[in-house]
Design a protein around this ligand. Sequence first.
Ligand SMILES: [Zn+2]
Length: 422
Amino acid sequence: MSARSPESPRAYRGRLLTPIPASPDGAQVRTIDDALLVVGSDGRIAQAAPFAPGAFRGPVLDLRPAVLMPGFIDAHVHFPQTRVIGSASGPLLDWLERSVFPEEARFRDEAYATLVAGEFTGRLLASGTTTCVVFSSSCAGATDRLFRALLAAGLRGIAGLTLMDQSCPEALRVPRDEAIPAARDLVQRWHGEGGGLLEFAITPRFAPSCSRPLMEAAARLARDHGLLVQTHVAENPAEGEATLRAHPWARDYVDVYDRVGLLTGRALLAHAIHLSPREWDRLAETGSSVVHCPDSNFFLGSGRMRLSDPRARGVPVGLGSDVGAGRSFDMRRSMSSAFDNALCLGDRPTPADLFVLATQGTADAVGLGRVVGSLDVGKEADFIAVRFPEHVIGEAETLNHLVFASDATVQRAFVRGQPVYP
Ligand SMILES: [Zn+2]
């Protein structure tokens, strides 16, 4: 991590754009045209207010005309798919077979894993992502390399060893009696490291590739350590059929995770496209969250999640790139795809809705809503400085350009007040 020297600025001047977390409709943002953001020695935001000459005693880094905003949070991204972005090899199950599984098998080579882990963290930071929730491969060594890279980059990250013990290539299959001890080892080594920036997540790939005993053991490990559980659900109809063939005792897809104990109250399920009202209700009852991955859903032709399904039930919904089915690490691309996705369903979210979704909304979905997601006093100072074309001035125009125009540049990123990019 790039350490900040004692005389480095602790205050930052620029335009400020942030969600208002307590807003009743969840879509309000606040802009301060000339703001001072002061970071305390604990890495928390001590002040976010209009700049007043002479009011702050100490060095100020003047980042004007850049806009200071919360760092983006990618709630669903696959580290070992960094190099297969854009592999158009069919719908989900064909794409996994042809493009993903052969690439993920390469991560048994720790030198390769180290190389790609550096690329992965570099691309996240260059996109303005300061928190990521990550699937590794099924290889414990590669997962260790991923955590090392997250620590070295100074990123906030929740990551897990991808569990799969059936219906997958031999090179990726790890039986329960190896996978669970390996996961436990990684919990001990990495959970809470980086001063709490890093967390280990229990990560069954998806129901078709996990046996019931594996998922039950994983659920116990999650409960023992209070770990986030992340997996996929109802991305594609053929995947749904494979799930019920593999687990004929379940009444539907959500019931698989429910009955093995994985819906712990800290479960984060990606896609959630082809769910019945009963399944949505059950996700709400179990306190589960979902991740909307619209760019991936378009690329694989998986279908479209309607944002109102979780929202009507109070199920927190975050945004994920789902790289490598998603075509970019940039959460602005995901916001733009979320707009397209909603349009196809007859809805029309505002750029402010999408900005709040990618920041505070996603923080809430991954359980970090009190820690990051907005630039409010008391939160940890995870923020980015974004440069817009000169003519982009007002709040509405800034949000339009942020979400749709691809002409804004991430200039700097900070995690807990520490500079992490460039
Ligand atoms: Zn995924």
